[in-house]
Design a binder for this molecule. Sequence first.
Ligand code: G6P
Length: 368
Amino acid sequence: MMIDKGNHRHFMEKEIFDQPEVVSHTFGHYCDFAHGRIAVNGDEIDFSRVSRLAIAACGTAYLSGLIGKYWIERFARLPVEIDVASEFRYREMPLSPDELALFISQSGETADTLASLRYCKQNGLKTGALVNVTGSTIAREADAVFPILAGPEISVASTKAFTCQLALMASLALRAGRERGTLPVEEEKTLVHQLSEVPRLMNHVLHTVQPQIEKLARDLSRFNHVLYLGRGTSYPLALEGALKLKEITYIHAEGYAAGELKHGPIALIDENMPVIVIAPYDRFFEKTVSNMQEVAARDGRIIFITDERGAAASKLETMQTIVLPDMPEFIAPMIFALPIQLLAYHTAVFMGTDADQPRNLAKAVTVE
Ligand code: G6P
């Protein structure tokens, strides 16, 4: 199959703009919107019989797993152990056959993720694979396969596979909640309805924030260091923002849990290191704003990514505020991922780096 960039300059841009459609496809497969129910099949896995869930993955796939952990623990009250696969496989963590292990991989070929899967199988665990390439080795070897259905992803930096992994993780978390009796039918209905809104919100964001982000990218390209902060599910998103930026622009970027600011990174804050704060108006908003105040008090420049309620509630001066529509906390990571991807992409375009083929990186890492 010939895949082209269409009207886009890079595959990365195309894949960012593909997201409303592909995510809607993923939800179409795993959600029954008409009845307000999750429809994730797979009898090989029964969350009600599982004592703990282990997740291993690499790179961006690991970060989608980290967001999944928040959802699964919250909605299914199931403890989740997650690690990057290169640590997971060697940690000699105690595992027991009543645990379930999930492996997330766009390519389905990442060496460390595959080795972690084999390690779990040897220890008698049931295994599930969340993969984009369904004919891959990881898909073949796992007991259950959950395709993420993002379509072929060409750009080395992952974008649409990330949000499709999130769509699937969110669906799995709700199925686990139902199976474990921790998610009442009415709540499942409400949350499934929230998921149904994701493609529309994605579309809206992609078509409204672009000019502002292009301008911001120009400003950001002057800096050598950038810090990303977030709390709750915005914390893994801060890690993903930093990963995306460093991967394709070579600007040094770090992601931190906002609450950890005072345990180290605050020492670096000055006017030369912009701080990108990801803060939807959720349970954590006030806490994150107090971290922003600490940054402002040290002459730090703040780039604030929030929603309408968040923008109205914060009185702080920022270098720039990107305002998304208001949305429920559950679905926010899927929508907030977009400005983060666009910011990395436009900074790379402005700086003239190769967004699709960044130096030293490979799409699939099949060696250790
Ligand atoms: C490489 C790619 C990343 C990807 C990671 C994991 O580092 O450049 O985009 O997130 O591998 O790949 P996987 O195929 O297992 O998701």
